[in-house]
Design a binder for this molecule. Structure first.
Ligand SMILES: Nc1ncnc2c1ncn2[C@@H]1O[C@H](COP(=O)(O)OP(=O)(O)O)[C@@H](O)[C@H]1O
Ligand SMILES: [Mg+2]
Length: 1078
């Protein structure tokens, strides 16, 4: 937040008024109401100018967190709501940055929260000041001094469970950077009477209870103590235990704190030994013992306790015992020893205990100071924290209250002085005219008490020192004489008769009108307490102790330094120390914390108005406000003032360009604030009446509301508009998309509908066209048909005369033509292969084409034979010519023929030229041999056959012996007339010769040969080519053969199987040869 430079002010969110100076109207009632209102809202801090009023909440509030420390750190005093941290920060910064020594004065009655406040201040300063190991150690020591002092100096009272029973002033020392260096503690007036006696419901100092609860058995044994509180007379028993306080734990805390602060172990032990001794002292009891001289003498009842004390402290038992029984008075170098009666013995015992304890306490403070004192000699800055008892008004007020109230009177004095001084200084600084302020100055009361000649303290000292019987009554008388005329002194017995009839003023009392109210003091005990007497015998006995700490506590017991002068009285001691304190405080810049106790019950949430009213009175808070308000109630630097109120005027809002002061002037003129209500200082504006300020505040509040409304309005407008624009944009986008979608959908629909319609229409159209076309076609067809018919009719009518004669023929011809054409075309595709032996021929499709078909087959065959033949060589041709000739001659005539077709005609089966056997034969023939073959020559006689070589040449037919080759017959071809053979499957043939020729003398020849067909054919051909005559070939199953002179018939018959498969020839008779052909 601080970084954001948020300008805030005390005036923000104020509950009641945060600064009493602004209270309007100002009186006790409004003051209390304001405090109460704030208290009820947990605002326990309120300002009077720079003074902080703190009301004890009696419960922990969440306002001291580290975050709060950060909040208040480096902020101006009036910037945030009132807080003790604001004051601490102000003081610390003033010390660090402006080099001003500070003192923080914390006042208030017991239980109002002073000690807590002082601790809060210290912890805040510790939190914000420098860091580092060394600095932290110093801080730690300073903070840890508190538990030690509280253990020894605090006690439970009816007002406060942890009431400080001493005044404390602590100087914290800093170096130039603001880092803590160390500290010095001063203590004031420990309430030592508490050691021996406590009021009802209260306790002795904490340390006694802590020791007995928290010490180990071992330690207790060493100290010769028992854990049981009830063993000790000095410990009040009715409130030995305090709610919510753990004495044992606190004991450990204290011992730990002592260690941190720097106590050696033996020192801490010594301290506890003294504490134990004090406790045990209370258990020493006395009994009276009559003496011879008739005087009562006291005797110690039970010496056991005494013995233990002496063992503990190292004192000779007899010395101590004597000190409790006798008192030595020295006067004019004479020692007079008198016995003590029982009462005196008890007095002596208690005096010793009180002295022992209070001196131990002072020693502790000194010892702590030794530890925490700054280690350097450099110049230091100092912040003093004064936690001192406030005004005390009880029912019974005694010497202590008197002293305390005196101290407060002095503090009030210095407060007034310093406040006024500061106020005045500020006026001078700011160049504002100083007007006299009417206020009550309590200097007169201080004077009544401390005046060296006739002050009450002086009177008391005088009485104490006076020889003769001195009692409290004589002291009161003296007062009545001396102070009677003083306006603030009241006594029934005074010469002045003013109070003669005042029954509220008892005779043994005097009353002082303190600045904070009237206090009635019981005069009883004043003298004794002021004397603070410890018999010399006791102090000497203490000095003789073997215990070094105790010895050091009683230096006056040293007989060498014997001093007959009385020790200074308690009153004068206190006066002196207060004087030093005041002097000290005067040199410093004061900061005030005024603590108020809201109720007597130590309870949260209860605000007892009467009680608070009482405190406000004696703290003089109203006085305080009046002083502060005497001139101007409120002041503020120009910049923050302008910053806070600039919205109230057009010229200054929102920005003022010129100097702040001019801005404020413009602002105040504009607002028509009466001139007497304010003054311009050098750096601050001074406002006389809080009213004016509140008017400004109200205006500001109103204006802020307006501005807030304006901002709200503009913001809402802006927001709505942006929202609207966004919606509109979105709407447009959505609409666009939707339209697109809708249009697309619609388009798709239209498209599909159009397609459907289109298809229907097209279909319809197409069907229509189709129908039309069909119709048209039918029409055309009809027309054509009609025309055709018509035409036909016409034609027929016209051609009827021709038609009857020719139509049939023509149609026939045409049909035939067509069929033939088709036939040929089909034939073309169905032609068989070119092989002459292929017998396949397509089937005849039509009967009438039968002959053609055959003819075609024949032609085709011839053609393919020709084709086949054309491939032949001349020799082959010849062979085939021969074969053809054979075919012509024998086919279908001779049964032998088919078997000869497959045999090639070789002619020369006998190779005469190669066979040497036939050399002669060969040589005899000059012509070309056409046939050379072995044949069987059938004998006419028996029908048996003889082998002969049959040779045919161009001109001759030769027969030769097969074995010798000798020519048997030679027949020129011209003599051959005929060849006969059967039609059957046999090789018999006859060659008939020309009658009359030379060759015919022997007759015809009958042969059988395997190559009949070849031989007959070749013979036919050779004859034809030589003689140009066709040889007659007769085929008959019966022919005649001319053997020499006889003609023999050769008959061919069907032979039976039993004759074999070869034809056989048999002579039947002279005229018949029978050939059986199987
Ligand atoms: N600021 C505070 N917040 C919470 N409790 C507080 C505060 N101040 C005082 N107290 C309570 O009041 C009690 C008495 O305070 P203390 O400072 O000892 O009084 P004093 O020193 O004035 O006698 C404390 O023990 C504590 O319980
Ligand atoms: Mg206290």
């Amino acid at each position: 937040m601080a970084k954001m430079e948020v300008k805030t002010s005390l005036l923000d969110n104020m509950i009641g008024v945060g600064d009493m100076v602004l209270l309007e109207p100002l009186n006790e009632e409004t003051f209390i109401n304001n405090l109460k209102k704030r208290f009820d809202h947990n605002e326990i801090y309120t300002y009077i100018g720079s003074v902080v009023i703190s009301v004890n909440p009696y419960r922990s509030l969440p306002i001291y967190s580290p975050e709060k420390v950060e909040d208040y750190r480096n902020r101006n005093f009036y910037e945030l709501s009132p807080h003790i941290f604001a004051l601490s920060d102000e003081a610390y910064r003033s010390l660090r940055d402006q080099d001003k020594d500070q003192c923080i004065l914390i006042t208030g009655e017991s239980g109002a929260g002073k000690t807590e406040a002082s601790k809060l201040v210290m912890s805040y300063v510790a939190a914000v000041c420098g860091k580092g190991a060394e600095v932290n150690q110093v801080k730690e020591q300073l903070l840890q001094s508190n538990p030690v002092l509280e253990a020894f100096g605090n006690a439970k009272t009816v007002r406060n469970d942890n009431s400080s029973r001493f005044g404390k002033y602590m100087d914290i020392e800093f170096d130039f950077k603001g880092d803590p260096l160390g500290g010095v503690i001063s203590n004031y007036l420990l309430e030592k009477s508490r050691v021996v006696k406590q009021p009802r419901g209260e306790r002795n100092f904490h340390v006694f209870y802590q020791l007995l609860s928290g010490a180990s058995e071992e330690l207790l044994n060493k100290l010769k103590l028992e854990r049981d509180f009830s063993r000790y007379n000095y410990l009040s028993l009715d409130s030995a235990k305090v709610n919510g306080v753990d004495d044992a734990a606190n004991f450990r805390t204290v011992r730990n704190a002592m260690q941190i602060v720097g106590f050696m172990d033996h020192e801490a032990e010594s301290v506890l030994e003294v504490v134990a001794a004090v406790l045990k002292l209370g258990n020493i009891e006395f009994k009276p013992e009559s003496r011879v001289n008739g005087l009562d003498e006291s005797k110690i009842k039970d010496k056991n306790e005494l013995k233990e004390i002496c063992e503990l402290t190292g004192i000779d038992q007899s010395v101590l015992e004597r000190a409790f029984s006798f008192r030595t008075v020295e006067a004019k170098q004479e020692k007079v020893s008198t016995t003590l009666n029982v009462a005196q013995a008890y007095y002596a015992r208690d005096a010793l205990a009180k002295n022992l304890y209070s001196r131990l306490f002072s020693w502790l403070v000194n010892r702590i100071n030794e530890s925490i004192k700054a280690q350097t000699k450099v110049r230091k800055k100092v912040m003093g924290v004064l936690d001192i008892y406030g005004f005390e008004i009880f029912e019974d007020n005694s010497f202590e209250q008197f002293i305390i109230n005196y101290c407060n009177e002095k503090l009030q004095q210095i407060f007034i002085e310093l406040t006024l001084k500061e106020e005045q200084e500020e006026y001078i600084r700011e160049d504002i005219e100083w007007t006299h302020i009417d206020y009550f100055n309590n200097a007169i009361i201080c004077d009544l008490i401390e005046n060296n000649t006739n002050g009450i303290l002086a009177m008391l000292d005088e009485e104490c020192l006076r020889p003769g019987t001195v009692t409290d009554e004589t002291f009161l008388e003296k007062l009545n004489q001396v102070c009677a005329t003083h306006q603030h002194f009241e006594s029934r017995m005074s010469k002045c008769s003013r109070f003669l009839n005042d029954t509220s003023l008892p005779h043994s009392c005097f009353r002082i009108q303190h600045y904070a109210g009237k206090v009635l003091y019981q005069v009883e005990g004043f003298v004794d307490k002021n004397n603070d007497l410890l018999y010399r015998d006791l102090s000497q006995a203490m000095w003789k102790a073997g215990h070094t700490l105790i010895k050091s506590l009683f230096p006056e017991g040293n007989p060498a330094k014997i001093n007959l002068k009385r020790p200074p009285t308690a009153g004068s001691q206190f006066k002196a120390s207060v004087a030093t304190l005041m002097k000290n405080l005067q040199t410093k810049n004061p900061n005030y914390i005024r603590c108020i106790k809201p109720n007597d019950k130590k309870a949260a949430h209860i605000f007892n108005e009467a009680l608070v009213c009482h405190q406000i009175r004696y703290l003089g808070l109203l006085e305080n406000v009046r002083v502060r308000r005497a001139g101007y109630a409120f002041r503020q630097a120009y910049e923050p003032c302008l910053e806070r109120y600039k919205m109230l005027c057009k010229q200054t809002w929102p920005h003022w360009k010129g100097p702040a002061r001019a801005g404020v002037e413009v602002l105040f003129n504009e607002l028509e604030i009466p001139v007497e209500e304010y003054s311009f200082g050098r750096s601050k504006i001074f406002i006389r009446n809080p009213r004016t300020l509140f008017k400004l505040e109200d205006l500001r509040k109103q204006r802020l509301e307006d501005l807030a409304t304006l901002i709200q309005k503009i913001y809402r407008g802006w927001k709505c508009r942006t929202h609207f624009l966004l919606m509109r944009r979105s709407q447009v986008v959505i609409a666009a998309w939707y339209r697109r979608y809708a249009q697309q959908k619609r388009y798709q629909q239209i498209k599909s509908s159009a397609l459907v319609i289109q298809s229907y229409i097209r279909g319809w159209k197409a069907r229509k066209i189709l129908r039309e076309l069909k119709h048209q076609k039918r029409c055309e067809e009809a027309a054509t048909t009609i025309a055709a018919y018509w035409h036909g009719t016409q034609v027929r009518r016209e051609y009827r005369k021709f038609f009857r004669a020719n139509a049939g023929k023509k149609i026939y011809e045409f049909t035939i033509q067509r069929i033939v054409q088709k036939y040929f075309l089909e034939m073309k595709n169905k032609m068989p292969s070119l092989s002459p032996i292929d017998k396949n021929w397509p089937l005849r499709p039509y009967l009438f084409l039968d002959s053609t078909h055959k003819e075609l087959k024949r032609i085709f065959h011839l053609w393919r034979c020709k084709k086949y033949r054309d491939q032949f060589t001349d020799q082959q041709k010849l062979i085939y010519e021969e074969k053809l000739e054979a075919s012509e001659l024998f086919k279908d005539k001779k049964a032998l023929y088919p078997s000869s077709v497959g045999q090639p005609f070789q002619g020369a089966y006998l190779e005469i030229s190669k066979n040497p056997k036939y050399k002669k034969l060969k040589d005899a023939i000059e012509e070309k041999i056409i046939i050379a073959e072995v044949v069987n020559k059938i004998n006419r006689a028996n029908g048996k056959s003889t082998s002969r070589i049959f040779l045919l040449t161009n001109n001759n037919l030769l027969l030769a012996d097969q074995k010798s080759g000798q020519i048997k017959s030679e027949v020129p071809l011209v003599d051959v007339t005929k060849v006969s053979m059967s039609s059957q499957n046999d090789g018999f043939f006859a060659i008939h010769l020309k009658e009359g020729s030379e060759a015919a003398s022997k007759g015809d020849f009958l042969f059988s040969s395997d190559h009949l067909i070849e031989m007959a054919t070749k013979l036919y051909r050779t004859t034809l080519s030589q003689t140009k005559q066709k040889l007659n070939i007769e085929i008959s199953d019966e022919f005649l053969v001319q053997f020499r002179q006889d003609k023999v018939c050769v008959k061919f018959i069907q032979g039976s199987q039993k004759n074999g498969s070869v034809p056989t020839c048999k002579r039947k008779n002279n005229r018949l040869l029978e050939v059986a052909v199987p």
